[in-house]
Design a protein around this ligand. Structure first.
Ligand code: NAP
Length: 547
């Protein structure tokens, strides 16, 4: 493919950073409004997270008919998902289909990494440059850079000494990896590893899992979709979409049942007897997926209710895993269930019954260093041929800090956010006029079905730009008081829940030196949408429009 020359002093109405689902829909939306836009994308293709995360077993933990765009009814009807939970290759194909169907590629510059984005007060424009030499300006800057797009390497001595093959889950080689005949070690037991472990175990000669903190995982109960069921579902797609957008399930829906909403059995877990709650949990476990947490409404609020969920999952782990010591090590005890992203797996716990899989408990025998031959634990060396790192991301703020973003008075965003991210509605930071963040920190984002949150933000931004154009306003800025109100509201909501006790990447706790601030908005997509709609109806309270 011929290299497209770099943009030189190109001018657009908007520059969008990132061509994942957020960037693609934003571009489509802006075009529909008659605006010009340029998208810069680091990868050589669309897809964002689904472009990079190609590790074995990668698939979405939201159901495929919910994890898809709702903005175009023909697209919705035409596209056919094959499984309850779509695989990474299928989701990437969908992203490519969307790009082609709406002819998006002509406005996307691939293999361009944005390195600076500076607001110029003299002309009220953003100047954006890329590492590849582009320089362009736009009235609006829209970040569509994802929440989990900056991989975190573990802080382990000797990582580069390892002489075998080393792979990172979130930067997986496109040609795939053949583990046949290999002794493989994997560090990490988060969502990525929990999906990868059963698949690697089937291929590898031996797999050693190095676990520091066990996670709670519920079965996906994945299955191929039945065409008759899909046809019936699609007849009422609008109703299902409505439930995703407004419901309590953070946009995940519950597609295995006829109603697209899982109705909790009770508002308060204490209202249920042990037998009732056990029956509810058993039913959701069999049904599969992350709605497990919604058996009752207070699973993330009440310690006592949460502890009943924990006991249930511990029981399931002990029933599934044959070796009692391995089972105990797999039972999470350091955090309430759900306070770290609950994992959705296919045969994860069963994998530990295989003869070729060993679990090493790093709490008992910590990693001292990586050696040329493998992993040195406090009780000796584990020799491996291949090391897989599934060690997570510098979440939510990491992608912003990878770019030198400067607002008014050349203030770096990094400086404004030194004690944690601050943005009105998780969308716009005071002091950074005309810059919008799709699924930014302070919005439901990672606690929701991302497609639902992306569409809501893109539509909200588009409406905001329309409001500005109607009044001939060229500048939109979040009001500082409104931003402060929102940030404290986000904190208050989080502090009413058990989330802050998870010590997770939601809090920045996985990155050394990162401020401990609960970043996503925990009240759910329905409540958040209502607030946004209310603000828009009040002539965009908290947003200042000027000429
Ligand atoms: P993660 O949940 O942050 O897990 C990282 C793992 O690496 C943890 O088990 C962590 O242990 C371990 N780790 C990190 N540094 C270590 C060290 N120095 N020594 C030993 N272990 C270390 O990352 P992830 O699995 O990539 O998932 C991140 C998020 O991506 C998920 O929560 C989810 O939101 C999203 N995701 C979604 C899907 C899906 O839709 N199906 C799939 C994959 C990921 P500690 O806990 O002890 O730090």
């Amino acid at each position: 493919m011929a290299q497209i020359p770099a943009d030189e002093n190109a001018r657009f109405d908007a520059i969008i950073i990132g061509a994942g689902f957020a960037g693609m829909y934003m571009l489509h939306k802006l075009r529909g409004m008659g605006l010009t836009a340029r998208v810069y994308e680091t990868a050589d293709n669309v897809g964002g997270t689904w472009y990079w995360n190609r590790y074995p077993g990668a698939r979405c933990d939201a159901e495929s008919l919910a994890y898809s765009f709702s903005f175009d009814e023909e697209l919705e009807q035409d596209w056919n998902w094959t499984e309850r939970y779509a695989t990474q290759p299928e989701i990437l194909k969908y992203a490519e289909h969307v790009a082609d169907r709406f002819d998006l590629r002509r406005d996307i510059r691939f293999e361009r990494r944005v390195d600076t984005a500076h607001y110029d007060e003299s002309n009220n424009r953003w100047r954006v440059t890329t590492e590849q030499g582009d320089s362009a300006s736009a009235q609006f800057l829209i970040t569509a850079i994802g929440c989990l797009s900056v991989p975190a390497l573990p802080d382990i001595e000797g990582l580069d000494d390892f002489k075998g093959h080393r792979y990172q889950a979130s930067l997986w080689p496109h040609e795939g990896v053949d583990f046949s005949g290999q002794r493989v070690g994997i560090i990490g037991t988060g969502s990525s590893a929990i999906q990868a472990i059963p698949v690697i175990a089937e291929q590898a000669d031996h797999l050693t899992v190095f676990q520091r903190t066990p996670n709670y995982s519920v079965p996906a109960q994945n299955f191929p979709l039945d065409q008759n069921w899909v046809d019936a579902f699609k007849k009422n797609y609008r109703g299902h979409r409505y439930n995703q957008k407004h419901g309590l399930n953070s946009g995940f829906g519950d597609l295995k049942t006829e109603i697209a909403e899982t109705v909790p059995l009770a508002e308060v877990g204490d209202d249920l007897s042990d037998a009732e709650i056990e029956a509810g949990l058993e039913e959701r476990w069999e049904r599969g997926g992350a709605y497990f947490m919604n058996v009752v409404s207070d699973s993330m609020m009440s310690e006592r209710t949460n502890a009943r969920f924990v006991a249930f999952v511990h029981k399931k782990i002990r029933e599934t895993v044959n070796d009692p010591e391995t089972a105990e090590w797999l039972c999470p005890t350091s955090h309430p269930i759900g306070t770290r992203r609950i994992c959705v797996d296919i045969g994860y716990y069963e994998t530990y019954n295989r003869d070729n899989v060993t679990l090493r408990n790093l709490r008992k025998t910590p990693i001292e260093r990586i050696t040329e031959r493998g992993v040195l634990l406090s009780d000796g060396e584990v020799e491996i041929d291949t090391l897989v790192l599934a060690t997570g991301f510098d979440a939510m703020t990491g992608p912003f800090f990878n770019i030198d973003i400067r607002g008014k008075n050349a203030q770096p965003l990094k400086e404004k956010w030194v004690e944690g991210p601050r943005a009105y509605l998780g969308l716009m930071a005071a002091g950074f006029p005309n810059m919008f963040m799709i699924t930014g920190p302070g919005s439901p984002s990672v606690l929701s079905n991302m497609l639902v949150s992306i569409e809501q933000h893109v539509d909200f931004i588009a409406d905001c730009l329309t409001r500005a154009a109607r009044e001939n306003a060229t500048k939109i800025e979040a009001n500082l008081d409104s931003e402060n109100w929102w940030v404290s509201h986000v904190n208050d909501v989080a502090n009413d829940t058990l989330y802050p006790r998870g010590g997770s990447w939601y809090l920045g706790a996985n990155i050394k030196g990162k401020p401990r601030v609960f970043m996503p908005y925990a009240a759910g997509v329905g409540a958040y949408r209502e607030i946004c709609d209310h603000i828009a109806a009040q002539d965009w309270r908290g947003f200042e429009f000027s000429a």
